[in-house]
Design a protein around this ligand. Structure first.
Ligand SMILES: *Cc1c(COP(=O)(O)O)cnc(C)c1O
Length: 388
């Protein structure tokens, strides 16, 4: 049975709902990414959005200890947290170079993606004033239809950036829009071709240091021709498949790392015809044993799971009955004789032969695995057991 490994210095009471994140598994998934791309390609793990909700700092420390040569974040604030936590490897900032962040980029020694000329100018002005040269990646839109210089703007943008003494072009980067399509790689192949073509632009060749990157998890797992010089795995590190719902993590060979637990705080016996919870959205049809679990939408346990989905108790499925509240969710344990106050509840993860995967919860919520883990609330304490 999983145990709580409390931080001794913590003055917090151990909450009856908590997350256990298996850092060894995260590292295994990082090594799987490395194996997929071969040892000539660098793997820069993506720990944006607080490590997809699981805790950027402990995850980053584990990955750096395992050899990650650099990390990627979304925002400058996220990079700042890592620097303050003692992370010294290069930190790539995806979309965080917004007006006012230039000083932080320079002070924290960050490497931003540049996707507008205005941002390049502002960064260059400050860099020149401080007599610095900032390494940057030039982001192009090869078909994602999101941020980046368009193919049309690209040459004139490079011509201008080339004249900026405060900016050094580390490489060209782009993002794949459909890399989760394992079989049908048409769009991805087209993006790769576009990127290759842009890379030959003489204006760029003159100044590019050549550390170019295109692949996310989907590219790493399914499109070897997208690997280039360095790759940016996110979701696969956290034990879910980028290709859900067509494929699951099992297919990709990634290991699960997220376990979300709770404990029963009350059990009641109710007769048939008893309405339960807000709005009386559920009424028992027989004498039932109902367990209350201290987890709710205040913890990121979505209200859309009301009367849908289940948890595991003593290795058996216990369906959610009635509405998920802010702090409490009720489940039916009529068929689980072992269910008692204090019994372990598995919200995500394995219990005996049963498992609730991130993908499964994503299907209940009609979303993708990314959102399921990103949404787990800050109120839920995260623990990082050293070994099972
Ligand atoms: C989030 C992100 C990634 C990682 O994507 P996954 O699908 O989670 O592997 C890579 N590159 C960029 C630019 C991103 O925004």
């Amino acid at each position: 049975m999983p145990t709580i490994t409390m931080d001794n210095s913590s003055t917090h009471v151990a909450r009856f709902t908590w997350l256990e994140i298996n850092l060894t598994g995260v590292v295994e998934n990082f090594l799987l990414a490395q194996k997929n791309v071969g040892n000539k390609v660098k793997v820069f793990p993506v720990v944006k959005a607080d490590g997809y909700g699981l805790g950027a700092l402990p995850i980053s420390r584990a990955l750096v200890a395992a050899g990650a040569p650099g990390l990627c974040v979304g925002l400058v604030e996220e990079a700042e947290e890592l620097r303050q936590g003692g992370i010294e490897v290069p930190l790539i900032v995806f979309a965080g170079l917004t007006p006012g962040t230039e000083q932080f980029i320079i002070d924290l020694d960050l490497t931003p993606f540049i996707y507008t000329l205005d941002a390049a100018k502002a960064l260059n002005n400050l860099a020149v004033a401080l007599n610095k040269k900032v390494s940057c990646y030039i982001k192009v839109d090869t078909g994602m239809g999101r941020i980046g210089f368009s193919q049309k703007e690209f040459v004139s943008a490079i011509k201008e950036i080339k004249t900026m003494p405060g900016i050094k072009i580390a490489g060209l980067v782009s993002h794949l829009s459909c890399s989760d399509e394992e079989q049908n790689g048409e769009v991805t192949n087209k993006q790769i071709d576009t990127m290759q073509e842009i890379l030959t632009a003489p204006e760029l060749v003159e100044v590019n240091q050549g550390f170019n990157s295109l692949a996310n998890s989907g590219g790493i797992l399914y499109h070897p021709n997208s690997h280039m010089k360095w790759v940016r795995p996110g979701i696969m590190l956290y034990g879910a498949s980028p290709a859900y719902p067509r494929l699951t993590s099992k297919h990709d060979g990634v290991v699960g790392v997220v376990n979300w637990f709770s404990r029963i705080i009350q059990i009641t016996q109710v007769s048939a015809g008893t309405p339960l919870g807000y709005g009386h959205s559920y009424t028992t049809n027989k004498t039932s044993k109902i367990a209350q679990i201290p987890v709710g939408y205040g913890d990121g346990y979505s209200r859309s799971l009301s009367n849908k989905g289940y948890v595991l108790i003593a290795g058996i499925k216990a369906p959610i009955v009635g509405r998920v509240c802010m702090d409490i969710t009720a489940v039916d344990v009529t068929d689980i004789p072992d269910a008692k106050v204090g019994s372990l509840v598995t919200i995500l993860g394995k219990d005996g032969s049963q498992q609730i995967s991130i993908e499964m919860m994503a299907s209940w919520l009609d979303t993708i695995p990314y959102e399921v883990i990103c949404n787990i609330g800050k109120r839920v304490p995260r623990y990082y057991p050293s070994k099972k």
